[in-house]
Design a protein around this ligand. Structure first.
Ligand SMILES: NC(=O)c1ccc[n+]([C@@H]2O[C@H](COP(=O)([O-])OP(=O)(O)OC[C@H]3O[C@@H](n4cnc5c(N)ncnc54)[C@H](O)[C@@H]3O)[C@@H](O)[C@H]2O)c1
Length: 423
């Protein structure tokens, strides 16, 4: 299909998504439990924006001509890889679909996408819209299946040419193994994190508290890049802890379809139980439970917004990805010290820095071994900004121009030139 045709399909798709904004948001909330207001005002509109962004790329993908030594015309062709197997998680079902399907189709590939077992609905609905927009039958197929069966079958399939996965680091390793044991298909991975959020002594405390709260509690704490290690300078530590606790106490928890609700239930009982186990481990290891610590209400997988202070680096709650509404606050003294501690993690997905000092920001942004640094901000997810991890947080980048590389092969073509004018 011509690039312009792919572009037009993606643009029509974006229009249809906008038209069906409210139904898609409702499906997302039913499946996942996230606040409807978040889905309807942010996530579905962002889905349409991502499709328009990738539509824009479709007819701007091309190779180069390269001046080689000797009488040769050398060109590169940027070709689609072929059949892309994509496996997505349950925390942002629609957005993860967009991050993966958008670049794959823009580059001219076909897709088999497996949704998470907890959240199959929105992908099915949105794919119907994609076909309504003109995508030919068979170019994109959705599988609603389980990981170890449907997911693993995709990973080891000899006719799948590329894999893209978002989920836990543990499963990411399995996926690499399945690729290696089958046809060595290239794999991009977007995995877990334990992202530091560093509040420097000169920071504006009120806005740092608000942003650190958002960085951790957004989406019930179920974000791979959640700011889950809040490092606060000792000079502002006491004030910060007091205010972080007050903010968590103010967080509105409840029915995600209700207006003004900031936090819905966790996605399922497995995650709910796992988070409660981590909270118990925090208490047992000697961290100070400032607020929260157990179930919210008596029905459903709701958890009270929880804040721990006096957290030490060697505690489990400071090392593992909890994936829940549990903020861990740690105290630090010097910049060198916090850099070492922030980097001492198997993960390297993102970091937040709160400071007005340009020198401090310059040092931190370079010293932190992470794929994204947000300065005096957090969770800015523009379609054009690349996202991905250092270390065990992943391989490759999604979104932005960088994501196209994942879905293209580069073919070098060499043709001898008889009487080159330049020789
Ligand atoms: N990075 C992220 O965005 C992200 C998203 C979801 C979960 N997580 C982390 O993972 C933890 C566990 O959650 P989970 O169990 O839903 O994640 P997971 O990694 O098991 O699941 C993610 C996706 O991978 C699939 N999958 C699972 N096993 C597979 C296999 N053997 N082969 C192929 N595909 C497979 C699942 O069906 C799902 O679609 C969470 O607590 C959280 O820490 C991270």
């Amino acid at each position: 299909m011509a690039a312009y045709e792919r572009q037009r399909i993606l643009l029509r798709f974006a229009d249809l998504v906008e038209k069906h904004n409210d139904e898609l948001a409702a499906l997302e909330t039913w499946d996942n439990g996230k606040p409807y207001e978040q889905a309807v005002n942010v996530e579905v509109p962002m889905f349409a924006r991502l499709m328009r962004y990738y539509a824009g790329w479709a007819d701007k993908i091309h190779g180069m001509t390269i001046p080689a030594d000797g009488p040769f015309h050398v060109q590169t062709l940027h070709e689609p890889i072929g059949v892309c197997g994509q496996i997505i998680p349950w925390n942002f079902p629609l957005l993860m679909y967009a991050w993966k399907v958008g670049p794959a189709l823009a580059c001219g590939n076909t897709v088999v996408i497996k949704t998470a077992e907890q959240t199959p609905l929105s992908a099915l609905y949105v794919t119907r819209l994609l076909h309504e927009a003109g995508l030919p039958p068979g170019a994109l197929n959705v599988i609603s299946g389980f990981g170890p069966t449907a997911g693993a079958a995709l990973c080891r399939h000899m006719d799948v040419d590329k894999l893209a996965f978002t989920g836990s680091t543990e499963t990411g390793k399995l996926i690499l193994e399945l690729s290696a044991k089958s046809n060595l298909k290239p794999v991009t991975l977007e995995l877990g994190g334990k992202s530091p959020f560093i509040v420097c002594e000169d920071a504006d405390i009120d806005s740092a508290v608000e942003m650190a709260h958002f960085a951790l509690f957004f989406n019930q704490g179920q974000c791979c890049c959640a700011g889950s290690r809040t490092y606060v300078h000792e000079k502002v530590y006491d004030e910060f802890v007091e205010k972080a606790k007050a903010r968590a106490l103010k967080r509105s928890v409840g029915d995600p379809f209700k207006q003004g609700i900031e936090q819905g239930p966790q996605v399922d009982s497995e995650q709910f139980q796992k988070i409660l186990r981590y909270i118990r481990s925090g208490v047992d290891s000697g961290a100070t439970l400032e607020t929260g610590g157990d179930q919210f209400g008596e029905k459903g997988y709701y958890i009270k917004p929880t804040v721990f202070s006096n957290v030490q680096d060697d505690m489990l709650i400071a090392q593992d990805e909890i994936f829940g509404p549990v903020q861990s606050i740690l105290k630090y003294k010097t910049l060198d010290e916090v850099i070492k501690r922030a980097n001492k993690s198997a993960y390297g997905l993102a970091a937040g820095i709160f400071t007005h000092n340009l020198d401090t920001a310059n040092t931190l942004m370079r010293a932190l071994r992470v794929g994204t640094v947000w300065i005096n901000s957090f969770d800015t997810f523009d379609a054009a900004i690349p996202f991905g991890g250092y270390k065990q947080s992943g391989q490759g980048r999604e979104k932005g121009e960088y994501s196209l590389k994942n879905y293209l092969q580069v073919k070098a073509v060499v043709t001898p030139v008889k009487n080159p004018a330049w020789l």
